[in-house]
Design a protein around this ligand. Sequence first.
Ligand code: FE2
Length: 296
Amino acid sequence: MDDGTSQVESIVGAGWSGGIDAALADRATAALEAGSVLRLPLPFVLEPGETRIVRDHVLAGHRKNVSLGPRAQNVKGAVEDAGLRRVLASACGRYQRQTAELAQRLFPAYLAALEIGRTSFRPAEVAGRVQQSPRKDDTRLHIDAFPATPVHGRRVLRFFTNVNPDGVARHWQVGEPFEQLAATFLPRVPRYSMAVALALAALRVTKSVRSEYDHCMRHIHDIMKCDTAYQRAAARQDVHFAAGETWIVFSDQVVHAVLSGRCMFEQTIYLPVTAQRFPVRSPLRVLERLTGRALA
Ligand SMILES: [Fe+2]
């Protein structure tokens, strides 16, 4: 990593269906686990009845996205319009199925271990969005660590597809490798308290009891976003994902910022660290090496 940032790996020859060459799958899995962003020329095509979702006003209130749970029939975050909600659920459901199938074929080693999470459609423009808090500002470099949904060490594998109707790219920046980031910020993470973790779960601030791993990841996320000097000076690479491109990352590992773009689908998939080819590269194992103890 010459410039101190994560790499972008072009993956050509993997579609939503059909066979994938074993050598390509091998290269994709190795690059993904090494902390690269996989970039695929792979559009998600809306059906004729669905195109209104990229043109019409679809978001309720101040919501940033519409989402569909893995077993849900109905979307969350959309305006009260039954017809529109049906169309959103249909498009999100199809994106969920297609990305799940692609994950199984592109990463065959993970096949039995993949756990499908939420799907989201993100129609709103990122640039110029008013942020109440730097912690919520995804235009700052960060890793994904969910405040309310502990993962207990599982990997966060995310698929994204730009469906911008005007052909405008989504502008990302990718930053330094996770090992470097962790070495900088882990010493600044406050001590973990099981009592606090139990209280957060009892108060339903978190959906389950936050593990020490989740505690470390969430604090690294917050501290790096609030560190103005880091945000100004950290090494980064600009990446523009064209409309019609799909990209795949372990977003708990790849330092990233989203600067602009509108209309994107996203699928979250969870993966146990033990299903990885090189678990030693996971954030869980990196943080455990640095702390010298089990964290999840
Ligand atoms: Fe993110």
